[in-house]
Write a protein that binds this ligand. Structure first.
Ligand SMILES: [Zn+2]
Length: 253
């Protein structure tokens, strides 16, 4: 949890007292021994869980089945978020890095508030990576505010799928996340219960072959790779053998 920067460093020295000359110059307005400081702090808490993967046969046909795996769990419309092409390979929900943030907004401004919130939470904790994941998401528990954004204790997520670079099978895993300006003790338990339900839905798919460890492809963000001859998708993923978007084998030049 990246909260370290909010804490005082243990070896941080207190501010040095002003040199005598400086003190003399402000003699009419003597600096107190210790500054009376007003504290400001924000604690953001993002958390999530991913399940084991389920190996699917029949490749691309299984893609169309992903939204069905959320039927019964989803408390909002189910949204399919596809892998990002090369022009968005640096996209990141980090507002202080304007070029990454602009790519991220350009890629995701049309999503629902729930989809954007889910990506902020799950990308920040590295639970999904749109360089190779297809992410199907919805609100799974809790409420949204009046603008439609999930509250900090609402659980969002669904299933994420990618293509196994060795076999070309599709690997699907359950992903849930929550967080924001607050934390509640029971959200973790609610998230676990929902994840169990999603995993059983994945295993119930007609294409499911059984549980498998998730080995996510190594992504080289950079020049990018091959253009898919089947769907025209240009992957940001140089080493891909299977198109991240449609799952067909990429022809290599
Ligand atoms: Zn393709």
């Amino acid at each position: 949890m990246p909260l370290e920067f909010l804490r005082r460093k243990p070896n941080e020295a207190p501010a040095a007292p002003p040199p005598p000359q400086a003190a003399a110059r402000v003699s009419g307005n003597a600096l107190p021994e210790e500054v009376v400081a007003q504290e400001h702090q924000l604690r953001l808490n993002f958390a999530g869980k991913t399940s084991e993967g389920v190996r699917m046969k029949a490749g691309p046909r299984a893609l169309a089945d992903l939204p069905d795996m959320l039927v019964g769990s989803a408390k909002s419309e189910i949204e399919v978020i596809e892998p990002l092409p090369i022009e968005f390979s640096q996209a990141s929900p980090t507002i202080v890095r304007p070029s990454e943030a602009m790519q991220w907004l350009n890629a995701h401004h049309a999503l629902s508030p729930i989809g954007r919130h889910a990506l902020v939470v799950l990308e920040s904790i590295d639970a999904v990576d749109l360089a190779f994941d297809t992410f199907v998401c919805a609100l799974l528990d809790g409420e949204t505010d009046t603008s439609g954004y999930p509250e900090y204790n609402a659980v969002v997520g669904g299933v994420a799928a990618h293509w196994d670079e060795v076999t070309g099978d599709m690997i699907v895993r359950g992903v849930v996340g929550w967080g924001g300006r607050g934390v509640r003790g029971d959200t973790d338990r609610v998230g676990s219960r929902i994840l169990t339900g999603i995993l059983s839905n994945i295993l119930a798919s007609q294409y499911a072959m059984g549980l498998t460890p998730v080995e996510r492809p190594a992504v080289a963000h950079g020049q990018g790779g091959v253009v898919c001859a089947h769907c025209g998708f240009q992957s940001a993923h140089e080493r891909a053998f299977y198109c991240p978007k449609c799952g067909m084998r990429l022809a290599r030049g």
